[in-house]
Design a protein around this ligand. Structure first.
Ligand code: SF4
Length: 439
């Protein structure tokens, strides 16, 4: 009996890419490939890439260089690239990387088995066409429903917002909302397989259904997911403030299964910069939505994204960002220095700040956030939190899980608790996690 061929996938960037990589594993099983976690033994190596920032792109090209050594005269290894850089660069990649065998874009996942078959015959296929939204409705990632306690479920893809700094609309295409029937069916199967928590995923998840006449909007979808037996917790990411409707906010007051955490990127605290970013809201709007969410769910924890050093950002603008952080009291924040992305509007703006000036602002912002995160974590010491146990932690012999507020908790307990909601007393706060004792 011939042993399975070995597949190694390296995934860069967002959870959407992680989900796509899971789908690649499912698709390539039909060609008898099984995943391995070391490229040195692989017959097929795939880099699933991200191009959200210049740094991410540089990382991919150095990784392609590293993978070259696995292609030897003795062993024919196929090297492929997928994801946003493949979508962005397409054919050019074959010229730039002569030892690359195949290139598939963000709308070509379904073609991967045929492309690998062609590469096995020595061809160098490239596919990075954009598909019409209708054509993509049947192409949403579907992966084998295996157990596990938590799962991500893609509910929509693409983005129509064209924030001036963002490459996503150019590499992921127009927004498409998946059929709600398919979503609910997949989550039902997951619940039957023992999954307790689902995270609904999309670049702009809360604009779900807004463009389609047959589908419910996001608040209605959440209510339907909440009715699925066996699912005990629901999360979603990433939201856009302009689509945070009053009805969606009321879901936090209405649906106990909806977790007490919202990821709501502001990107800046300055109205002038928000306008140049084409974000579609101002500081007052943003704070009004945060206020409404906190009124609907008083223990809600908020996380966000911030960009510093956007073209034209003055020290005053930057101070507006810091003061917004103080006002919102984020539990945590993803923060980046502006880097111009190809094709985007902001790539045409004069980028006056030096790399050092941007880094200096980023350091100030991250130091403020670290102190606020620690203060928030210390505030949880002595409280009893409901933790969904996801598995055994790296901290010898302990279990780990997350609070409804999405904080990681480690505590001592029996493995049989994996998959259960356990009441845990928080006894210590660490920079990125909490230590607890079973209550
Ligand atoms: S909402 Fe803006 S930042 Fe988010 S994916 Fe769309 S264009 Fe990019």
């Amino acid at each position: 009996m011939q042993s399975a061929k070995k597949l190694y996938i390296e995934t860069f960037g967002c959870q959407m890419n992680v989900n796509d990589s899971d789908t690649m594993v499912t698709l390539l099983r039909e060609l008898d490939y099984e995943p391995v976690d070391n490229p040195s033994s692989a017959d097929l190596i795939i880099l699933n890439t991200c191009s959200i920032r210049a740094k991410a792109e540089q990382k991919v090209f150095s990784e392609l260089g590293r993978m070259k050594r696995f292609k030897t005269r003795e062993k024919r290894v196929i090297l492929g690239i997928g994801g946003c850089i493949a979508q962005q660069e397409g054919e050019k990649l074959l010229r730039r990387v002569p030892y690359l065998d195949l290139v598939f874009g963000t709308h070509s996942l379904h073609l991967l088995p045929d492309m690998v078959r062609a590469a096995e015959k020595g061809e160098r296929p490239v596919q990075n066409d954009f598909l019409d939204p209708e054509a993509r409705l049947d192409l949403f990632p579907r992966k084998d429903v295996e157990g596990g306690v938590t799962r991500f479920v893609t509910v929509m893809q693409g983005c129509d917002n064209f924030c001036s700094y963002c490459i996503v609309p150019y590499v992921r295409g127009r927004e498409v909302s998946r059929r709600s029937g398919d979503i609910l069916r997949e989550i039902g199967e997951m619940a039957d397989a023992g999954v307790k928590e689902v995270t609904l995923l999309g670049q702009n998840v809360n604009s779900y259904g807004l463009k389609s006449v047959d589908e419910p909007d996001f608040a209605a979808l959440l209510r339907s997911v909440s009715a699925i037996e066996g699912i005990e917790r629901i999360r979603f990411t990433t939201s856009h403030p302009k689509d945070m409707s009053p009805d969606l906010v009321s879901c936090f007051a209405e649906l106990p299964k909806l977790c007490s955490h919202i990821h709501l990127p502001a990107q800046s605290g300055s109205d002038g910069i928000l306008e140049r970013m084409n974000r579609g809201y101002d500081r007052k709007d943003y704070l009004a939505r945060i206020g409404a969410l906190k009124a609907a769910r008083p223990d809600i924890l908020v996380t966000g994204d911030m960009i510093v050093g956007f073209p034209g950002e003055t020290e005053e603008d930057f101070q507006e960002t810091l003061s917004l952080m103080e006002e919102v009291r984020y539990a945590d924040l993803f923060s980046f220095a502006f880097s111009a992305r190809p094709e985007t509007e902001a790539a045409r703006y004069p980028d006056e700040l030096t790399r050092r000036e941007k880094q200096e602002r980023l350091d100030r912002l991250q130091s403020l956030q670290r102190s606020m995160t620690m203060e928030m974590s210390r505030g949880l010491v002595g409280t009893i939190q409901e933790v969904l146990v996801e598995g055994t932690s790296k901290r010898g012999g302990q279990l780990f899980g997350r609070t409804s507020g999405n904080r990681i908790v480690n505590f001592t307990g029996d493995r049989s608790l994996v998959g259960s909601l356990v009441r845990v007393t928080i006894v210590e706060a660490m920079p990125n996690s909490l230590l607890g004792e079973k209550a």
